[in-house]
Design a binder for this molecule. Structure first.
Ligand code: SF4
Length: 391
């Protein structure tokens, strides 16, 4: 069950098998960062075990046509969101900028704080940027229509199922992301296919959407989007000589993290919040003028996506810390550290979207938000399930 209380899980395993067995469909899968440090738990491995290559190998054995990495579009999100933030900063736009990668948070903001909607970044989440690229561009490249390509996401998240069904995320009448599997549903399919997961030889992602930076990998933990944006901005304003940047104030599972970042002559106040309770408290303090930030990352789940509602059942603090440590260990050995150093992102954006900041890029990678009524019409009930996401 989603820790935000937003949704209960509706399994899409049957649809995924149907797509894989349909000879008329090309099946393309993307794997989110937090999945790779949790799925092994379903096969008796320790929490935080990194099993990226085994998941790719399992999908290929099942008959999936291409296995790509959500890290690719996480890098794209970092670049687009950073550019949006710098533009708002220079042009006295609406601040703080709220990140928009988490559909649980976006929906909560739309339903509960309609007056704050224009603080949300217009960037689609990495899942939806990926779906958009696949249906609008990749399908054409391989000579298929959007309906002939089935885009499956493997996510730590149940709210992503809702996000994929938003009517604005379609191309030529079909969803950009057709099927969203949680980490647990992915493990179920591996078991159903009879794969001995722990004995699999790791396989690599396919290209061109198979590469991501360390900055994209840490999107799986609370603070990761913020750290990736800081890495981008430091490189953008500091030039190529800027090396590794590790932004420790953004790390950890605490409900609220705050820091100041010096950019040229300005001091930027940033905040990272996880857990809807903590987001609500932060918004109330923003509204009273008690606090002020330039940019805020919000993730609905305790600890961020590593603690998502689609992750394996033992989802307590100790498990989340093990997954989080694993994410940062993987980042530490990743050769490509910042989003802007991902050469494939630069190549694809230039070839498919005619460059950054073009009309096509804006149309395909951004979105807008609306005030949503709650179906019940009653105030949303916030239940603190973890007891750990308190400020
Ligand atoms: Fe989904 Fe991650 Fe948001 Fe949780 S924090 S609702 S897993 S996107």
């Amino acid at each position: 069950v989603c820790p935000t209380g937003a949704l209960t899980v509706k399994s899409e395993v049957e649809q995924a098998w149907a797509a894989i067995h349909d000879p008329g469909k090309t099946v393309v899968v993307q794997i989110a960062p937090a999945v790779r440090v949790a799925l092994g738990e379903e096969f008796g491995l320790a929490a935080g075990s990194a099993v990226t290559g085994k998941i790719v190998a399992a999908l290929k054995k099942m008959g999936v046509d291409k296995v790509f990495d959500t890290l690719f579009t996480a890098d794209l999100t970092t670049i687009e969101e950073s550019m949006e933030f710098l533009s708002r900063l220079e042009n006295e736009g609406r601040l703080p900028l709220f990140t928009s990668c988490c559909p649980g948070w976006v929906k909560y903001c739309e339903q509960t704080h309609a007056d704050m909607i224009d603080h949300l970044s217009s960037c689609r989440s990495p899942q939806q940027m990926f779906g958009s690229l696949i249906k609008k561009h990749y399908a054409k490249k391989i000579g298929k229509t959007p309906a002939e390509v089935v885009c499956i996401s493997v996510m730590p998240c149940t709210a992503k199922k809702f996000e994929a069904k938003r009517p604005e995320f379609t191309t030529e009448g079909v969803y950009d992301v057709d099927i969203v599997l949680t980490t647990v549903e992915m493990a179920q399919m591996i078991k159903e296919f009879g794969i001995v997961f722990n004995e699999l030889e790791p396989a690599g992602f396919d290209n061109p959407l198979g590469m991501g930076s360390g900055g994209a990998l840490i999107f799986g933990a609370s603070g990761g989007v913020m750290e990736s944006v800081v890495r981008y901005i430091a490189g953008y304003t500091g030039g190529h000589e800027v090396g590794r940047i590790d932004f420790y104030p953004a790390r950890g599972i605490q409900g609220l993290k705050e820091a100041e970042v010096a950019v040229n002559d300005r001091k930027l106040k940033v905040a990272v919040v996880n857990g809807i309770n903590n987001a609500e408290r932060l918004i109330q303090r923003l509204k009273t003028g008690e606090i002020m930030y330039h940019i805020v990352e919000v993730m609905a789940c305790p600890g961020g996506c590593i603690g998502g509602g689609g992750q394996p059942d033992i989802n307590n603090t100790s498990t989340r810390i093990q997954r989080l440590n694993s994410i940062y260990q993987l980042d530490a050995i990743e050769q490509v550290h910042k989003a802007q150093d991902n050469v494939y992102v630069n190549k694809i954006i230039n070839e498919w979207l005619k460059g950054f900041d073009t009309r096509t890029a804006h149309h395909d990678l951004h979105t807008s938000y609306v005030h949503r009524r709650r179906i019940s019409g009653k105030p949303m009930q916030i239940t603190d399930l973890s007891g750990e996401d308190m400020v």
